[in-house]
Design a protein around this ligand. Sequence first.
Ligand code: ATP
Ligand code: RIB
Length: 300
Amino acid sequence: MAKILVVGSANADLVTYVDKMPKEGETRLGESFSINAGGKGANQAVACAKAGGNVTLLAKIGQDEYGKMIESTLIENNVNTKLLLDSESQTGVASITVDSQTGENKIVVVKGANDKLTIQDINDNIELIKQSDILIVQLEIPLHVARHAILIGYLAHKTVILNPAPAQKLNNDILKYVTYLTPNKTELEILADMEIHNEKDLKIAIEKVASYGVKSIIVTLGDKGAVLYKRKEMTYIPSYKVDAIDTTGAGDCFNGVFAAYLAKRYNAIESVKYAMKAASICVTREGTIKAMPSKKEIHI
Ligand code: ATP
Ligand code: RIB
């Protein structure tokens, strides 16, 4: 089976559900609290493995209780942890507040050990990158390290998926090495340096980012679905109608499942459809890793 390597973050998610987001300066009483394994890299790796992918996560954790929780969660979910590296720093944490009425969230991440991932860590494992077929990278690790992993994947002729989250500006010295760029609307606005108010803006923004050399772009649009831009053609794929209770990790679910189906030799449009089905299930459940659907549930 094709191999997938995720290079990214692993966090402990400190999640509070509240009936309404507090305003600035306001204190509200929450409904519940839990601590779970998360982080974009770990979430994407689990989503991919649960969809049937053969996946390894290259990430850095601290030697603390949160690090142990992340490692055991990954193992339980069949993610290969041989490249889960130890750091002297504390494991990354994400403080997440979810509005239980709308399912929308606010997240603050303290990168901790994720920020200690180095180019040397990538180089030490270069053979594994070369043995993988698909590489997935996000931006909760140092940008120059993400770029290095992407470049190595590109030079080794791998399919490179970059999920440019959390949102930040990127230059073409990264984007030109990417096979599939998967921003949400906000991330695309930052990459294209413009606001998107309608379909026309969306098209202009996609074409602007494509002009930096990215081969294909998939913009995820929440409950509106996604747009795939490939070989100058734009395909709009609507999402499933569901009652979302927690959208945290929807993008991660999408990315991990998309990679899993590409690895099974489905084409990009088919893989987006499976990713969308999976993400629509993910948003109907609380949490990230525990919300990722199984292969059996992802049928279209
Ligand atoms: P998040 O940051 O919340 O993890 P994101 O902003 O990266 O997510 P979105 O574009 O919000 O990504 O969602 C990713 C995919 O998840 C969408 O393309 C869609 O398939 C699915 N999705 C998200 N929200 C909903 C919803 N309310 N109903 C149905 N599907 C949804
Ligand atoms: O995308 C969701 C993830 O973002 C959470 O699991 C949290 O750790 C932050 O990284």
